[in-house]
Design a protein around this ligand. Structure first.
Ligand SMILES: Nc1ncnc2c1ncn2[C@@H]1O[C@H](COP(=O)(O)OP(=O)(O)O)[C@@H](O)[C@H]1O
Ligand SMILES: [Mg+2]
Length: 359
């Protein structure tokens, strides 16, 4: 009895490797997310350990002062000093769970999740398949529409087709989607190479720009209406948080609009009638379940002028920067930043305990 009491009053502290940086175009945001998670994980329960992923995918245990650098490039410059390169196989000796603070390619898309599965280390968020689906806007949309969830009208342009017949592709764009339309890489984030095309002459440059980032480009209808975003948390019976409205400063939301202080604007709750707000939450929850997302995610949507809700894209590892909209939504349910991170880790440990095979 005395022993049990002792165990209860001093629960072992969980070592959380907060992995940030990485290979994708979103590495600076990842650094911001990682820093914030590092700073706000509830003390006494968790021991955060900063882990930097360099531009080649190598992992480093970094000292605190590296964490305070302005940019990932500054951290990379200093990696030879007090930072310690940690081979993947040894990560398990240092951490009990990985908080993936990475965004975008190789971090959010199932690649890193697969590596952690092989290493036998629990990690936060969705598993391999849902992460990959979340990153591929085209495949995600096909699945969502099978479930009757609205998505933008979309045409996919593989590189081979573009190279062989760009004129034909532009014609197909005009015929099937019309103008204005939006061109983007299939698997990117942070509005990378997302272009609104208003005139036929702009199409080639837009597709070329998106092809810099992927071998497959999407051309989709431009949606007029209110852009909304809704966090969803949980495992078997997920809960949609309060939706926010995203007010862009330009037609296409830029990186600055989404993540930096004082740029762009979000309003939580979104200024919509209660029944429409509820429809947004239901759509977010349904999309989350359809794609097999776990633990937490943010679903970006539009409420069209006619009231139809369409899903623009899921984000399987949404930004965790201090000002990010997910925290505003959680706050509406009385959940603080630290509480949310706590829940995310606890849900994640639960799904890893219960899993049969990779998540
Ligand atoms: N079809 C569209 N209609 C209207 N606006 C769009 C459309 N697609 C993208 N946008 C705008 O561009 C932003 C970025 O596009 P998104 O598809 O979310 O790419 P990313 O994965 O880079 O965030 C959106 O948040 C939205 O403001
Ligand atoms: Mg987006």
């Amino acid at each position: 009895m005395a022993l049990m009491e002792q165990a209860d009053s001093s629960p072992s502290i969980i070592r959380v490797g907060v992995v940030m940086g990485g290979i994708s175009s979103e590495r600076e945001i990842s650094l911001e997310s990682g820093r914030n998670i590092f700073g706000k994980l509830p003390k006494g329960r968790y021991k955060p350990i900063p882990v930097f992923m360099d531009g080649r995918g190598g992992l480093w245990l970094i000292p605190l002062k590296h964490l305070m650098r302005n940019a990932t490039a500054d951290i990379e410059e200093d990696l030879d000093g007090e930072a310690r390169r940690i081979p993947y196989e040894e990560l398990k000796n240092e951490v009990d769970v990985v908080y993936i603070a990475l965004h975008g390619k190789y971090g959010e898309d199932g690649c890193f999740q697969g590596l952690l599965e092989l290493l036998g280390i629990p990690y936060v968020g969705s598993g391999v398949l849902a992460s990959a689906l979340g990153m591929n806007k085209y495949v995600a949309r096909r699945l969502l529409s099978l479930e009757g969830i609205g998505v933008p009208k979309t045409v996919v342009v593989p590189r081979a087709e573009w190279t062989a017949d760009p004129e034909g592709v532009v014609e197909r764009m005009e015929l099937n989607i019309g103008l204005p339309c939006v061109v983007k890489p299939t698997r990117e984030g942070c509005s990378t190479a997302v272009t609104r095309v208003d005139a036929r002459e702009e199409a080639v440059a837009a597709v070329e720009a998106a092809m810099q980032w992927d071998n497959e480009v999407l051309v989709e209808e431009f949606i007029a209406g209110m852009e909304v975003t809704c966090g969803v948390i949980g495992t078997d019976d997920p809960k949609a948080l309060t939706p926010s409205e995203t007010i862009p400063t330009a037609d296409i939301l830029s990186l600055e609009d989404k993540f930096l202080y004082g740029q762009g604007e979000n309003k939580t709750p979104a200024r919509l009638p209660p029944d429409v707000l509820e429809k947004v939450r239901e759509t977010a929850r349904k999309a989350y379940i359809t794609l097999g997302l776990q633990v937490y995610a943010r679903i970006d949507m539009f409420v069209k002028d006619d009231g139809e809700v369409v899903v623009l894209e899921p984000n399987s590892l949404p930004g965790m920067t201090p000002s990010t909209v997910l925290f505003h939504q959680a706050a509406e349910s009385g959940i603080s930043q630290s509480d949310l991170m706590d829940r995310i880790i606890q849900y994640s440990l639960e799904v890893h305990r219960k899993k049969k095979g990779p998540l």
